[in-house]
Ligand binder design. Structure first.
Ligand code: IVH
Length: 712
């Protein structure tokens, strides 16, 4: 079966029979969904963007040839970036619509005129509108039956959303139960989940300190916090809520928009305190201007004002157009801008060597926030806008937190200002910085990258962190924080240094055990953890090198192909020299494309990388790749779930063990689970396993099982 799949993958789209096409579409749906989950949920992509795009393109090409084979779960049908199938779907009984946008006073006048025309109201008939901030968060529908929160669903595509009930139940400000006597039997409260700005900054600081992902803005942070498969993570995030609308209801508590919102407040839902009634267009515009001025001080992000017809009988008559109600409109704020002087352009070097130009600005307040840095994106962007040091520039802060340089005020350009020369060498290490050719477009990449690999100090820290990370060397007690400190002090500058640390420490006067944060025991443990990794599997080793485009899957594929470090290294040396035969052999491997080969060639061409590798190989023995027998083990064919803290094994090690023994490792407990390995702190998964009467093992039991000292 595996071989058959393999063959299909290699067939061109035009060669596929209909049955084969159906099979390929099923595989692609599965694989793309898998990569979506890794990317969006776990932030740990296994394949490069180009490899991912190739999968999506193949899917689209097959669908174009066989339109009647398009699957219900096809990746081409999924909207947006939602990790859709990780949460159950919920169909909204009343669709969750969006709003039409207005950008200026004229649009607002037109809106009010059109409402009047529709309702046939003359100028003298009063028409009240509510005005309230448009919250920059994500909308949610909360379904209450007999006062109890039954379902919480995201908006999704407006018709079907995701069931995030377990997560929403952890949000303090959202009542799980409403006890008010006048609360209708059935009521769907709708509103916005958001994160306050201060909470967002604090969360990002904590995430950064823990070496976790930071969020681009409060909206992303709110969305990321809500879309967690583990509700305890949502519970730890400071999420807020404003109720401003409703879906299916058995009765309404009032006859006006304002009246319903007041009822929401009585029932215990947070509502926005700034809502006002406006009796004229002038009053609406006045509200808009006031809020625009106060915007920065609100403590949460808003991106405009929403006006709604106040009388519900009018709303009913006005009804909906295809995607938005006729009785409401969003009046958007323009992006906030200010003018300041560009003092310098700094080049920052990222983990993969990307050189990013950053504008160093004379500090200026944009929408209540002091801005000193702004992104300039890349060198083409600087050239296109002809941005020069000393220029007066317009800076903009849109919804996103990273400000941008919009344009240059040419009239204020100082005499003698020179066009900016983007460096062609890395500012951190002096290696060449190159723009690769994009395979697909044939044009140079927008991003210039340092080729210094392991020796570039800016990249080195990030690469060292990668080197010790979970799927690489996975050295216990040596995380991002320790790597940064060791790097700073010059103790660890390249991977090999990790393995000589103990010997050097023994000779050193300033011993690690005497330093802050360390003691004799933790140092002993560290040496033990490092020494345990002096033997390492080939796939982990290749992945640990941090070569661009080589994720876990590709590393495994390479390990499987070459079998030993020696034959891998020999092939790479040839490829780096431009040997066409070696290159062709690699190209033949399904799953390896030009991008990967280029990245390998680039890496193995750089003498500094070879030196660092050689030093590392003095310390570490790379084991040959083993094809393990996967049948006939106590757990082969079983589905295992690990939950809680494991004390002797790392999660990835436990997972690898299980997979090696032919078991499937799942993330959640269901009837299909065979075994649950639970450590301290195991929560809902353990509970569910108990309810389902599944077999539950401790970590010790698991190890005994794996080592063949017991049977299941
Ligand atoms: S009313 C049927 N009021 O804006 C209309 N929406 O661009 C229901 N939003 O999907 C929406 N603040 O997520 C309404 N005060 C507010 C809002 C608001 C933010 C969001 C909501 C909606 C989107 C439309």
């Amino acid at each position: 079966m595996a071989d058959l799949d393999q063959d299909l993958r290699n067939l061109g789209v035009e060669q596929l029979s209909k049955a084969q096409a159906a099979q390929e579409l099923a595989r692609l749906a599965r694989e793309i969904a898998h990569h979506d989950r890794l990317y969006f949920l776990h932030d740990r992509p296994e394949i490069s963007d180009a490899e991912y795009d190739a999968l999506v393109r193949r899917n689209a090409a097959i669908e174009a040839r066989f339109p009647d084979l398009v699957r219900a779960d096809s990746p081409s049908r999924r909207v947006g970036a939602a990790p859709a199938e990780t949460f159950a779907k919920v169909r909204h009984r009343v669709p969750m619509l969006s709003l039409d946008n207005a950008f200026g006073p004229e649009d607002i006048r037109d809106f009010v005129d059109s409402v009047r025309r529709f309702l046939r109201l003359d100028e003298n008939t009063p028409l009240e509108m509510t005005a309230e901030p448009k919250i920059d968060g994500l909308s949610i529908s909360l379904r209450y039956e007999r006062g109890e929160l039954m379902t919480a669903a995201t908006r999704g595509d407006g018709t079907t959303g995701e069931n995030v009930t377990a997560n929403v139940r952890t949000i303090d400000v959202i009542p799980n139960q409403v006890t008010a006597a006048d609360f209708p039997d059935l009521f769907e409260v709708r509103g916005e989940i958001y994160m306050a700005r201060d909470d967002f900054f604090a969360l990002n600081a904590a995430q950064q300190a823990a070496g976790e992902k930071v969020f681009a803005n409060p909206r992303n942070a709110a969305a990321g916090s809500l879309r967690q498969l583990d509700p305890s993570i949502t519970a730890s995030r400071p999420l807020q809520f404003f109720a401003y609308a409703w879906g299916e209801v058995s009765a309404l508590p009032a006859e006006t928009q304002k009246g319903v919102i007041e009822a929401f407040a009585r029932w215990g839902f947070p509502v926005n305190p700034l809502m006002e009634l406006c009796e004229s267009v002038e009053a609406m515009l006045d509200y808009y201007q006031r809020l625009e001025r106060e915007r920065a001080g609100l403590g949460y992000d808003i991106d405009g004002i929403v006006y709604k017809v106040n009388r519900l009988d009018y709303q009913e008559r006005l009804g909906f157009k295809s995607r938005a109600p006729r009785w409401a409109i969003a009046h958007k704020f323009p992006a906030e801008r200010a003018t300041t002087v560009l003092q310098d352009i700094e080049i920052q070097v990222g983990r993969t060597g990307a050189l990013t130009p950053v504008a160093k600005l004379e500090p200026v307040t944009v929408g209540g926030v002091v801005v000193q840095n702004a992104t300039l994106h890349n060198e083409d962007e600087i050239a296109r806008k002809d941005i020069r040091i000393g220029d007066t520039v317009v800076v903009q802060r849109a919804g996103d937190v990273i400000p941008q340089v919009v344009e240059v005020v040419l009239e204020q350009r100082p005499a003698g200002a020179q066009p900016y020369q983007f460096p062609t060498r890395c500012p951190a290490c002096g290696s060449h910085a190159v723009r690769e050719l994009n395979e697909r477009t044939g044009k140079p990449d927008a991003v210039r990258r340092c080729t210094g690999g392991l020796i570039c100090p800016a990249q080195a820290v990030e690469r060292l962190k990668h080197f010790v990370s979970r799927d690489a060397f996975d050295i216990e007690g040596l995380g991002a924080k320790q790597i940064e400190a060791f790097y700073e002090e010059g103790l660890v500058r390249k991977p090999a240094d990790i393995f000589t640390l103990e010997v050097r420490d023994a000779k050193s006067l300033k011993k690690l055990k005497d330093r802050e944060g360390w003691g004799p025991k933790s140092v002993r443990n560290l040496w033990a953890a490092i020494n345990r990794r002096r033997k390492i599997a080939l796939d982990r080793f290749i992945y640990a090198l941090g070569i661009r485009h080589i994720g876990v899957t590709t590393a495994r594929l390479l390990a499987k192909t070459y079998g030993s470090w020696q034959s891998f290294a020999e092939a790479m040396a040839k490829i780096a020299e431009g040997d066409q035969q070696a290159r062709a052999a690699l190209e033949d491997i399904d799953g390896i494309g030009g991008t990967v080969i280029e990245a390998l060639a680039e890496f193995f061409k750089e003498p500094h990388n070879l030196e660092a590798l050689e030093a590392l190989l003095q310390e570490v023995e790379v084991e040959d790749y083993h094809f393990e027998a996967v049948s006939d083990t106590p757990v082969s064919g079983k589905t295992v779930v690990f939950t809680g803290k494991l004390e002797r094994l790392s999660r990835s090690e436990a997972k690898a063990q299980a997979e090696r023994l032919g078991a499937k490792v799942a993330g959640s407990v269901s009837k299909k689970t065979d075994l649950v390995v639970a450590g301290p702190g195991a929560g809902s998964k353990l509970k569910k396993a108990e309810e389902l009467g599944l077999q539950i093992l401790s970590e010790e039991d698991w190890i005994a099982l794996v080592e063949g000292r017991s049977a299941v």
